[in-house]
Design a protein around this ligand. Structure first.
Ligand SMILES: [Zn+2]
Length: 165
């Protein structure tokens, strides 16, 4: 998977409508510097419609990302399930082209990578924790101190013996 896979070339539009399907895997996240996530599987369908000077892109995302619970560090899967619409205008005006959502009539190529990445981030719950994962389990906090406590107890009992002497 490479960044250019996400370029949609509206010059190639034969029909007014077309749709594109992307199967996102871990490599999707590797393409992003400092990505918030690095694992997941998401199916994305982008339906595009070209009008005279307007392009409408309808996204639907379905899948999950893998992450670690912020509280108990267990591996969890967070569901991704959302829709999004981007409307782009075609123009020849250089000033407008500096703005978002404008594409050059002469070079109508649009990368859906960032909108997809952004949408996945928007779909994430405020807290990445077990309760908000697909399983919705409560956090299972392991108590690694359980064994240590025994050791401490033993040491205390040794001390006690010394004191008793
Ligand atoms: Zn947890």
């Amino acid at each position: 998977m490479k960044l250019s896979d996400f370029d949609i070339d509206f010059n190639k539009f034969k029909n007014e409508k077309d749709s594109f399907k992307f199967q996102l895997k871990d490599t999707f996240f590797e393409l992003k510097d400092n990505s918030l996530f690095d694992q997941g599987e998401v199916e994305v369908i982008v339906q595009c419609e070209k009008f005279e000077n307007t392009l409408v892109l309808d996204y639907s995302l379905n899948g999950h990302i893998n992450s670690l619970c912020e509280r108990c560090l267990n591996d969890i899967k967070i569901k991704v399930n959302s829709v999004r619409q981007d409307v782009l205008k075609l123009t020849l005006n250089d000033d407008l082209l500096k703005e978002e959502n404008y594409l050059s009539i002469n070079h109508p190529i649009f990368s859906v990578y960032d909108p997809i990445y952004e949408q996945i981030c928007l779909d994430m719950p405020t807290r990445i924790i077990c309760k908000n994962s697909i399983t919705q389990y409560e956090c299972k906090i392991n108590h690694p101190n359980a064994h240590k406590n025994n050791a401490v107890d033993e040491r205390w009992s040794e001390l006690k013996k010394l004191i008793e002497k």
